[in-house]
Each structure stands twice: as structure tokens, then as C-alpha cells.
Design a binder for this molecule. Structure first.
Ligand SMILES: [Zn+2]
Length: 458
């Protein structure tokens, strides 16, 4: 069964096939590194990771590029507001470069904790200024961009296809764009967006800037993704991912500038992850509900439980995070680890279960169904443990819960000694000592069972 994926561009589920099989080119909008990576970000990147691992499982060779935005992303996705990194640097009394490094590291730590595979290439915006300038020049040459005293803008009215991703007409979009803050009186249309900001006016003190044909300045956020995607993956790519919040502005703008620059389709498949709410409400500064990986570890939960929790909901549905739901996923993870800890021999993958697992993924990444298949395997008493184990290991290529590295169950000499003492105590009906020894064994991490043959450990 071929992979079927929902394509935001066509608003329908389509059969996926790449332009140059077995290669799949996939671009993911990366983090803007000005603050801590939180549970909402984790959902998006774990979602990308599931997609990537699924493609790999299906035999594709995925070239996955994810950028790091370290300049040019304003506090509003449109052109008003401050640069997020510059604002944070001012607040914390650090340089923008320090801010970028610190939060990039935090992002990496988080991704490792939730076992998201590192992208094939991870370009930084600040290392690709030349490519961005070249693309802006190309757009000016072709008549799709214009210069004002403050910036170079993309002229949305020149692009007949503008708005095709969100399906909004230009006139509707203009109404939707916030026009209460008129930043540049020379900007022709409210939907026009900045490709390049000049280091003048409100940005006269901008710390990050580069020389350009239009004077010193810095790139707009949207052009970064187009330029880096094109550099590493070519003018037309198979898959572009992002959060649904990027559909109306960021991705619409990426399409417009890319397709007007090249004359070709920019992206074949647009894959968007839905929102995450926390306790039923949007994450916000005032509620302080931007939970991050440290909060999860502080509650003694395995960060990999996050993956199972996300997989219970389709990536195309909103997900409500609660600590209870993570606790539940953590219990599921523990059960799987307990099974894994007792497996020494790898048998044969059970074909019918492997097929169900792949079919579920091929059905627009039906991850909740894949988890159901996992439990079917665990609970199937007709198959041997070693075959269950082989099957689960094959699933783990997508689940990513690191089953292979679960510590094997061993009874240490110390535990064995306690078991013998406990059996002696029980034989002589010394229940106080027996209870004491049970506690000692439990403190060592064992589950203690009383059987007809005496004390058994699990
Ligand atoms: Zn992007």
C-alpha cells in the first residue's frame, strides 16, 4: 500500500510519490532560537520525525533539511514588531549570538531527549545570507519585488497565484492583515512582505546585519526558508512541513517568492501539524504553561513517553496536553520496557502484524492505530516472546522509543541472596523478616511475587 498523505495544497489525501525515487527531499521549518523549546515544539518535530522514519521504513532515502532561524523573525509573523532574537538579547543583556547559541543547544538537547533524528543538513540562516541576497536580486530582476527607503518587498499583487495554499483571495488576505501598525508608508499592499530589511529607522541599531546591494541590513524570515531549501534540495521539493499556524503567512510567502523566482512548483506536498493546547487552553506567558523537557524530567517521567502520547492523536487533530495524559503514556512505556527487559533472543518478525503496522502508517500516518497494533502483538498469546520481540524491534524504527537499549532484567547475586534468606524466613514463618526482605528487594527495583515455588522476582 502506497503512502497516503494529506496535502494542504490540494486539501485532500493523495498518494505520495517522490520526484526522484528513492530519494525524498523534505524541508522542515526549524526553530527560531530565542527561547526554550517547549511541548508544542516537541509535537511538531516528533511529527516530522514520525513522517521521516515512516518514509525510511517504506524504503525511501530521505534527505531532510531543517533550518535554524537565528535572524529576521519578527515578533509578529508579518512585518511589524521586533526581531525576536534582538529583543531577547536586550532583555537578557547578552549578545544575539549568545542567545542563538544557547537556545540552539537547548533545542538540540530536547530533540535528543525525545529521540528525534538529527536532520541530514541543518543550515543556519546567518550562514546563508549570500543565497538570500541572490534570490532577492532575482525577484527584483523579474519584477516581483520593489525597494523602499526601509526595505525590499515582495509585490503580492504581481503574483496571480498568491494565496493558493490557504485558499484566501488577495483581497480577503488584505483585510485579514493587521493594518493598525503602518510601519512603512511606501509599502504598496498590506500583504506585501519584506524580503530584506534595511538597517535604518526602527532597525538602525540592529546588531546582526550584512552588506547588500541595498545597503546594510538583514533578511526577512520567509526568504530564509526558500533560499536554504533551494540550496540543499533543489527548486522543487517533495515535502515541506510546518505547523498549521504557518499556512496563511509564512508558507504562503515561501511559495510566492520561490515560484516567482524559479517559475517552477516549489513544493509537491505540504504537511502541517495541528496545534497543541495545555490543559485545554493556548500556551501563554501569563499562564506559564510552556512546559519543556526539564519539567518532564523533574516529574520523573521518561521524555520518550512524549512520543507515545503524541502518537495517540493524529497529527492533523488538535492535541490537548495534560500531565495525566503524559503519565498514562509513561505507564505504557514502562510496560513495553518491562517486556523488553526480559527478552534475550530475537526471533522472526510476524508478517501480518508488520503489515498492519505499515498499513496504519500509510493511512495518512495513523499513529494511534500503530499503537493498537503494538498492544495486539504484546497481548497475542499465540506467538512466542522472541517473535514478539523481533516484531516490536521492527516497529521501533518508527516508534523511536529505543527498545534495543532497555536494560536487560538480571537477578544480581545480592538479590539472589535476599531471595534465599526470604524463602528461609517464610519457611520458618518469620513474616516480619520476610516483609523486611521484600522491602529490600523492592528497593533494588524488583517486583516481588510469592509463588508455590517460593519468591520470584520480576
Ligand atoms: Zn520556514
Amino acid at each position: 500500500m502506497a503512502l497516503k498523505l494529506y496535502n494542504t495544497l490540494s486539501r485532500s489525501i493523495e498518494e505520495f510519490s517522490p520526484l526522484n525515487p528513492p530519494t525524498v527531499t523534505m524541508y522542515a521549518c526549524g526553530p527560531t532560537v530565542y527561547d526554550f523549546t517547549h511541548i508544542g515544539h516537541m509535537r511538531k518535530y516528533v511529527g516530522d520525525d514520525i513522517l521521516r522514519r515512516t518514509l525510511t521504513l517504506l524504503g525511501y532515502d530521505v534527505k531532510h533539511v531543517m533550518n535554524i532561524t537565528d535572524v529576521g523573525h519578527l515578533t509578529n509573523d508579518a512585518d511589524d514588531g521586533d526581531d525576536k532574537l534582538e529583543k531577547k538579547a536586550a532583555t537578557e543583556g547578552k549578545t544575539v549570538w549568545d542567545i542563538a547559541e544557547y537556545y540552539t543547544n537547548y533545542f538540540h538537547t530536547t530533540m535528543q531527549a525525545v529521540n528525534v533524528l538529527a536532520p541530514t543538513i541543518e543550515p543556519k540562516a546567518t550562514s546563508h545570507i549570500a543565497e538570500m541576497i541572490a534570490m532577492v536580486e532575482r525577484l527584483i530582476e523579474k519584477g516581483f519585488a520593489y525597494e523602499t527607503a526601509n526595505a525590499i518587498y515582495f509585490a503580492t499583487s504581481k503574483d496571480a497565484a498568491y494565496g493558493k495554499l490557504s485558499g484566501q483571495k488577495l483581497a480577503d488576505k488584505e483585510v485579514a492583515v493587521r493594518d493598525d501598525v503602518v510601519i512603512d508608508p511606501d509599502k504598496k499592499h498590506a500583504t506585501d512582505f519584506s524580503l530584506w530589511f534595511k538597517r535604518v529607522g526602527r532597525f538602525a541599531d540592529h546588531a546582526m546585519y550584512w552588506p547588500s546591494p541595498w545597503g546594510d541590513g538583514f533578511p526577512g524570515w520567509h526568504i530564509e526558508c526558500s533560499a536554504m531549501s533551494m540550496k540543499y534540495l533543489g527548486e522543487t521539493i517533495d515535502i515541506h512541513t510546518g505547523g498549521i499556524d504557518h499556512i496563511p503567512v509564512h508558507h504562503e510567502n515561501e511559495i510566492a517568492q520561490s515560484e516567482c523566482a524559479t517559475g517552477y512548483d516549489f513544493v509537491k506536498f505540504w504537511v502541517h501539524h495541528d496545534f497543541l493546547t495545555v490543559d485545554g487552553v493556548k500556551m501563554s506567558k501569563s499562564l506559564q504553561n510552556f512546559y519543556n523537557i526539564d519539567d518532564i524530567v523533574a516529574r520523573n517521567m521518561n521524555p520518550l513517553a512524549v512520543r507515545l502520547m503524541f502518537m495517540q492523536t493524529s497529527y492533523r487533530k488538535p492535541l490537548n496536553f495534560t500531565w495525566d495524559s503524559l503519565e498514562l503514556a509513561n505507564t505504557m512505556l514502562k510496560k513495553l520496557y518491562k517486556f523488553a527487559s526480559h527478552q534475550d533472543f530475537v526471533g522472526d518478525v510476524i508478517g501480518r502484524y508488520q503489515q498492519s503496522f505499515i498499513d496504519a502508517l500509510s493511512d495518512d500516518l495513523n499513529t494511534s492505530k500503530t499503537l493498537a497494533v503494538v498492544w495486539e502483538v504484546i497481548n497475542d498469546n499465540s506467538i512466542e516472546d522472541k517473535d514478539k520481540w523481533a516484531t516490536l524491534l521492527s516497529f521501533d524504527q518508527v516508534l523511536g522509543i529505543d527498545l534495543m537499549h532497555v536494560h536487560k532484567f538480571v537477578i544480581t547475586p545480592e538479590a539472589q541472596m535476599l531471595v534465599e534468606k526470604r524463602d528461609e524466613a517464610r519457611a520458618s514463618k518469620d513474616f516480619a523478616t520476610s516483609d523486611e526482605l521484600r522491602k529490600n528487594l523492592e528497593a533494588l527495583g524488583y517486583e516481588v511475587l510469592d509463588t508455590a515455588d517460593g519468591t520470584k522476582l520480576q
